[in-house]
Design a protein around this ligand. Sequence first.
Ligand SMILES: C[S@@+](CC[C@H](N)C(=O)[O-])C[C@H]1O[C@@H](n2cnc3c(N)ncnc32)[C@H](O)[C@@H]1O
Length: 262
Amino acid sequence: MARIHAFEFEDQTWFPGVVREYMTDFLSHMGGWSKIPYQPFIERLADALRRTGDARVVDLCSGGGGPAVVIAEELRSRLGRPVEVVLTDLYPSSSRQAHARSVLPTWVELEARPIDAQRVPPDLPGFRLVCNGFHHLRPHEARACLLDAVTSRRGLALVELTQRSPFTMLQVALGTVTLLAVSPFIKPFRWSRLLLTYVLPIVPLCTLWDGIVSCLRVYDPDELAALVGELPDCGYRWEYGRLSVPRMPNELTYLIGTPDPR
Ligand SMILES: C[S@@+](CC[C@H](N)C(=O)[O-])C[C@H]1O[C@@H](n2cnc3c(N)ncnc32)[C@H](O)[C@@H]1O
């Protein structure tokens, strides 16, 4: 199936921030539930952090940050040393950050500035991570994201749990039904979340649409390899491919790049 960069609500600057927040809260709630789907990726990411020695992960396209926090927690245990994580997004939400500050561990930082994955400011050092967010970037933007990491000589890893397959799209559609079951339990509790979920079902409908379109947009390993191939020769070690998700009939797609030691 060819990659199609179709319209996603989440990408629109005019899209109401509160709806974007409730959509990404759901993804974060589900993604932060368990580290199991990410285990094979975390194993490789831990090796990459052993090579670079980074003690800080800069999570890009964080949304609610659920997967990044479980991944960082597991990295800390695998590496046996502190690893901090900073959550960043192009559309940061101050209300979400106020809540997150009160519930997240102290080793999780929240970046208040909008951070574009294509241009990470130099005052945000660390190993860059993109969980389920790389598909938001069109090919020229995806290239810019990779180039920005290599010109700053930062490690970079990205992972996507979905694929361009009818099976994954069906899973995404069924997963959206879960939103109806878990919304009252998503923190922080908001009456407006319930209103926009059950009375005016804007959150589930936009989540369903964006979820299906995300599958159509995900880069496959060959496309990731082609993006890497277009970068200048930069002395990087790259690995990419698909990894089986434990206990599920799924595969995740990943790319990890680390600068060669100088
Ligand atoms: C699918 S959502 C959340 C993914 C989240 N990491 C997760 O796994 O639950 C993708 C996020 O990417 C953000 N985003 C989109 N384009 C971006 C860009 N160019 N730079 C940084 N963030 C971006 C959106 O605001 C959204 O919060």
